[in-house]
Design a protein around this ligand. Structure first.
Ligand code: BTN
Length: 276
């Protein structure tokens, strides 16, 4: 692609990420690497002794991890980072961290570039029918208390969209805008929005959950759900307060899905045209 911003070094170095960052605790420590196997793996390694809000970022990941044990393609030009959070919540509420991360990225992409971002359940960030970002939260916990959550955020920022195989249904921010973006600005905006979205996580999370639902690209759609136990199709009816998706199957029976993959069966536009 012919739109590299050669004049902008756009490094995600510790000093640059921290400079001018308007947060209280997220990003007080930033650890920046040229290459890592996975920022989540590194963040989990240091999490027990790391301070709340520590950020681990890498220019390249060699074994980037996606949901459902998939590989996450992480070439130069993307944003591959993990934030170590230590909220005082039980492990059962850890899903809120992942939702907060999706909301933070959506707000940042919208605020900086005016992109309309939808969330495909559980937490794929979509522009139209194409994925631009995925999040992966991993936790360390005792029976009744969360020791840490590592929230991994992968954004296809400045990546040639032709590099994504069609079946991935992915694109990049640069591909959508027709120009490269300043990753530093995007990272800082995400960290600021993440801190905002995490406020009150231990008590009332209703506002963020409401936004998660408002931004849902899945609700009302015909979907195929794939879990470890099998797959089925139905209509996505609601998002529950525990983060699960309620799906009504063809026989009228409703299923609540806590973890799995969700495939949108028909483009939203096609459904709107048919009044579905
Ligand atoms: C998904 O499957 O949609 C989640 C992808 C999460 C990728 C990010 S990139 C930074 C962090 N480190 C990883 O190894 N994975 C997450």
């Amino acid at each position: 692609m012919g739109y590299r911003l050669e004049s902008l070094p756009d490094l995600l170095s510790e000093n640059l990420v921290k400079s001018g960052l308007k947060t209280k605790f997220i990003g007080r420590t930033v650890i920046s690497h040229q290459s890592l196997t996975s920022t989540n793996a590194e963040a989990k390694r240091i999490a027990p002794s790391a301070e709340n809000g520590t950020v681990v970022v890498a220019e390249v990941q060699t074994i980037g991890r996606g949901r459902m044990e998939r590989h996450w393609h992480s070439p130069r030009g993307g944003i591959w980072m993990s934030v170590i959070l230590k909220p005082k919540i039980p492990p059962s509420l850890a899903f809120r961290v992942n939702i907060a991360a999706s909301i933070a990225v959506a707000r940042a992409l919208e605020g900086l570039y005016g992109l309309e971002v939808g969330i495909k359940w559980p937490n794929d960030l979509m522009v139209g029918e194409r994925k631009v970002c995925g999040t992966l939260t991993e936790i360390g916990a005792e029976m009744d208390s969360l020791e840490y959550a590592v929230v991994g955020i992968g954004i296809n920022a400045n990546i040639d969209p032709d590099l994504f195989p069609e079946e991935w249904k992915a694109t990049s921010i640069s591909g959508l805008l027709g120009r490269e973006v300043l990753r530093l600005e995007l990272v800082q905006s995400i960290l600021e929005e993440l801190e905002r979205a995490c406020e009150g996580m231990a008590t009332s999370f209703d506002q963020v959950m409401g936004e998660w639902s408002d931004r849902s690209a899945t609700l009302g759609r015909k979907v195929r759900i794939i879990t470890r136990d099998g797959e089925f199709e139905g209509r996505a009816e609601a998002l529950e307060s525990d983060g699960s998706l309620r799906v009504r199957k063809g026989d009228g029976i409703e299923e609540r899905v806590l973890a799995g993959d969700c495939i949108h069966l028909r483009p939203a536009k096609e459904m709107a045209d048919e009044g579905a």
